[in-house]
Write a protein that binds this ligand. Structure first.
Ligand SMILES: [Zn+2]
Length: 276
């Protein structure tokens, strides 16, 4: 079993990592996707080609089978960088895709994998539980080295209330081990990680509410939020070098259109009241 594939551009890294544990890509029979963003699911078609079954949230399945819309919307953000970042993007044959509803259980003898719908970062997001292990996707935060966990706010589906509810669901499952696609297992207490993430979801989204309602426009927000995130990281244990790595992994500018869209769509009265 594999939880998220990464983009196709890093497929060879998985080949190498599997070889290091005495396995090969052909051994991967089940691929569980947290969501369909290319940095998580971009290589799914390669595994499907080798005969693996690809598991995904109901709202993600169509985009795996026909990625044209996803490619078009990503190209608007990433432009000429598409190939370098994601590698080749190709459809997953429909007969290799299995849709998982919330709370669905997949028996992979002798194991059982449970999907838990966890929207907030994306509407079509699952985390997966295996015994007391949880595979967190992007809803469980991005964390590098000794830095703090941060929520990857991205357009177009950012939904703050859902994000809080999803963190509460994960907290209730009380996992011993939490694995993050960006990157690795959470060292130390999972509850402490979740509390810090939850607090940052609130604080950052409130910061956006204040700035948007004060009339800040997108370019100013991009610069101001980059500073806010940088200072937050440094104040919470990151070095300058690590803060740069966070910026590479989860560029702060992505949060801005996500947050603007969220506030205008779900709470227009709050952000338009002051600058009418
Ligand atoms: Zn994502």
């Amino acid at each position: 079993m594999l939880f998220d594939t990464g983009p196709e551009s890093t497929f060879d890294n998985i080949v190498t990592a599997l070889r290091q544990i005495g396995a090969s890509v052909n051994d991967i029979r089940h691929v569980f996707l947290s969501h369909i963003h290319f940095d998580h699911a971009g290589a799914a078609w390669r595994f499907a080609e080798l005969g693996a079954t690809i598991y995904v949230h109901p709202r993600g399945a169509q985009h795996l089978i026909d990625p044209a819309k996803l490619i078009a919307s990503a190209a608007r953000i990433f432009g000429d960088d598409m190939q370098r970042l994601w590698g080749r993007i190709a459809p997953v044959p429909e007969n290799r895709v299995r849709i998982l509803e919330d709370k669905a259980i997949v028996p992979v003898a002798p194991f059982e994998i449970r999907a838990i719908a966890t929207p907030g970062h994306a509407s079509h997001h699952h985390v997966y539980r295996w015994e007391d292990n949880l595979f967190g996707g992007d809803i469980a935060g991005v964390r590098l080295g000794n830095g703090p966990p941060i929520p990857p706010f991205v357009p177009p589906e950012l939904q703050i209330e859902s994000w809080h509810e999803s963190i509460a669901k994960i907290r209730e499952l009380n996992p011993t081990n939490l694995y993050l696609p960006h990157f690795g297992s959470v060292k130390g207490c999972v509850a402490v990680h979740l509390d810090a993430l939850d607090e940052r979801v609130t604080r950052w989204s409130e910061w956006f509410r204040e700035k948007i309602s004060a009339g800040f426009r997108e370019p100013d927000l991009v610069a101001a939020f980059a500073r806010l995130e940088h200072d937050d990281l440094i104040a919470n244990g990151a070095t300058e070098e690590l803060a740069r790595d966070y910026e590479t992994v989860d560029p702060s500018y992505m949060a801005v259109p996500g947050a603007i869209r969220y506030w205008q769509k779900y709470h227009p009265g709050e952000v338009f009241a002051n600058n009418r």
